[in-house]
Design a protein around this ligand. Structure first.
Ligand code: HEC
Ligand code: HEC
Ligand code: HEC
Length: 451
């Protein structure tokens, strides 16, 4: 959990109002000539292909008249400086370079990979736009890391067409663009790398070898990318809520797959910090006790930690049933001796979540809904005392996300006590090894007092 992420969010909120003004202001000054002068040197002529589903490479998006302006323009619905933002400020552009660092070398060594990290598919699948030659019709360079098409889909079917007058977003989607305007689709897309799926995963072997444990919350992570889009109401609270339920669904699907396959028990489903912790500092764990036999590893309830509150609103009738399945999962995962039972409970939880996804995505959230939800979450200190650092991260990210939705409408709140109290939660999360549930719970009480 990186504090930087959240500082960036706070900065974004502070500049929220300024950004839209700036977009208008630069429209007059950003002459096309200026943009051309600083156009990326990698720009190459577009290959002539029309077959959809092929990757063309980032250079084909980067022309100054398209997405390669150095400043946001006001000539079209899009900002047009997406390439520039991505290249200079977005970590995704660096995702491949990371594979050359010492940490990556250590991970590769510990995993006994045959080649260097930057040559291994297991790393490239998430740290670059890893596609086979048969899937490309341009110059797709691994060095470009996670480039436009990794998120927006292969461009051959719509690259030329999408700038034509009258061409719609829906037409692009029909020709292979991923519909990121839909929060459900967007969440699924990010989660492929930020949670993992059947094709790629940061499993316990990677974590044991030294890979960071992943954390993700759709709204925070989207708005700190940095954003290269105009904010709209498919972001904010809706993205947070939909992201939570999609992430739960995808995580129980992963769990069911682990339980059915060779990788069982798969410890990345559990709370590493629950038992890999220096025993010297683990009095909190002994204070808290275990739901089953003492000392068993626990399933991490991180994807359930705040979803519970959403289910209370979206489908109160299903809360008890889902909670029961989650409790079964927690017990069965900890005992490790009934993978078939785990798979069955995970499948059942996934079926309920499948139904919840569209229901949650359709919900409307007023400011007073948001406040009462924040209150309920901040009040739930008992849950926090019984769960793990990953759940605390979800709680903090959630309060940050919901808090931002209030500050977005009332800029006075940005420097107010609520924002400060939420920021203080992240001090507890800087280093997962030092996490202490009772301190975090106290800080939650402080958030509650500001609401
Ligand atoms: C399922 C996707 C996935 C796979 C597979 C994966 N990574 Fe990562 N990796 C990530 C994500 C996402 C992050 C960013 C984590 C964050 O900050 O939330 C990351 C972060 C890292 C970091 C820390 C980055 C930094 O700036 O210090 C290193 C190093 C790293 N990965 C190396 C590797 C290596 C080496 C492999 C292959 C053995 C690998 N990764 C496989 C998704 C993946
Ligand atoms: C890590 C994923 C990711 C990468 C990489 C990425 N984008 Fe995006 N992009 C998004 C998301 C998320 C949105 C917001 C979609 C929405 O809410 O409508 C977006 C929105 C956009 C929009 C506004 C589209 C609209 O429908 O209003 C444009 C244009 C765009 N991206 C172009 C690019 C270009 C060009 C690149 C490469 C230089 C790029 N993107 C790289 C995720 C990504
Ligand atoms: C193809 C895999 C992939 C996809 C798809 C992807 N990411 Fe990432 N993302 C990564 C990797 C790898 C890193 C780590 C890069 C590094 O450390 O330099 C990363 C880093 C990030 C970071 C920086 C994290 C930090 O700790 O500072 C954010 C924020 C982020 N991603 C958000 C998103 C969002 C939001 C989406 C979907 C709209 C998305 N990503 C889609 C692979 C991906």
């Amino acid at each position: 959990m990186k504090r930087a992420t959240l500082i960036a969010i706070a900065a974004l909120m502070l500049s929220g109002a300024a950004v839209s003004q700036q977009t208008t202001a630069t429209a007059t000054s950003a002459a096309p000539a200026q943009a051309t002068a600083t156009a990326p040197s990698t720009a190459v002529p577009a290959p002539t292909v029309a077959k959809p589903g092929l990757y063309l490479g980032v250079a084909t998006c980067a022309n100054s008249g398209c997405h390669g302006s150095t400043q946001p323009l006001n000539a079209s619905r899009v900002l047009q400086n997406e390439y520039y933002s991505w290249l200079n400020r977005d970590r995704h552009a660096q995702a491949y370079n990371v594979l050359f660092n010492d940490r990556s070398a250590r991970i590769a060594r510990n995993m006994r990979l045959k080649g260097k990290a930057y040559r291994e598919k297991v790393c490239l699948d998430c740290h670059s736009t890893s596609v086979t030659p048969a899937m490309t019709a341009g110059h797709v360079d691994l060095e470009d890391g996670v480039q436009c098409e990794a998120c927006h889909g292969p461009a051959s079917g719509w690259r030329d067409e999408h700038t034509q007058a009258g061409w719609t977003h829906e037409q692009s989607v029909a020709r292979g663009m991923i519909d990121l305007r839909a929060p459900i689709v967007r969440a699924d897309m990010c989660l492929v790398c930020h949670l993992g799926d059947q094709t790629r995963e940061v499993d316990h072997e990677l974590i044991g070898a030294g890979h960071p444990i992943l954390a993700f919350e759709l709204d925070n992570y989207t708005e700190t990318m940095p954003p290269h889009w105009h904010w709209n109401n498919t972001h904010g609270v809706r993205a947070w809520a939909t992201g939570q339920v999609v992430e739960f669904r995808d995580s129980v699907a992963n769990l069911a797959r682990h339980a059915r396959g060779q990788k069982w028990p798969e410890f990345s489903d559990m709370s590493c910090y629950n038992y890999h912790h220096s025993l010297k500092n683990s009095t909190w764990r002994q204070e808290r006790g275990w739901p089953d036999r003492a000392g068993l590893p626990s399933w991490s309830p991180q994807h359930w930690a705040v979803l519970r509150m959403i289910v209370n609103r979206a489908a109160p009738g299903q809360r008890a049933q889902l909670e029961d399945l989650v409790n079964q999962l927690a017990l069965k995962v900890a005992r490790m001796n009934d993978p078939a039972g785990v798979a069955q409970a995970a499948d059942a939880a996934k079926r309920i979540a499948d139904g919840l996804v569209p229901a949650v995505d359709r919900m409307n959230w007023s400011d007073s809904d948001v406040r009462s939800l924040m209150s309920a979450i901040a009040d739930d200190q008992d849950f926090i005392r019984r769960s793990d650092v990953h759940s605390a991260e979800q709680v903090a990210l959630t309060l940050q996300s919901l808090g931002s939705s209030l500050t977005r409408r009332d800029s006075k709140l940005v420097k107010g006590p609520m924002t400060k109290a939420i920021d203080a939660l992240f001090d507890e999360l800087q280093n997962r090894d030092d996490y202490e549930p009772s301190r975090f719970a106290q800080k939650l009480a402080a958030v509650k007092a500001t609401l």
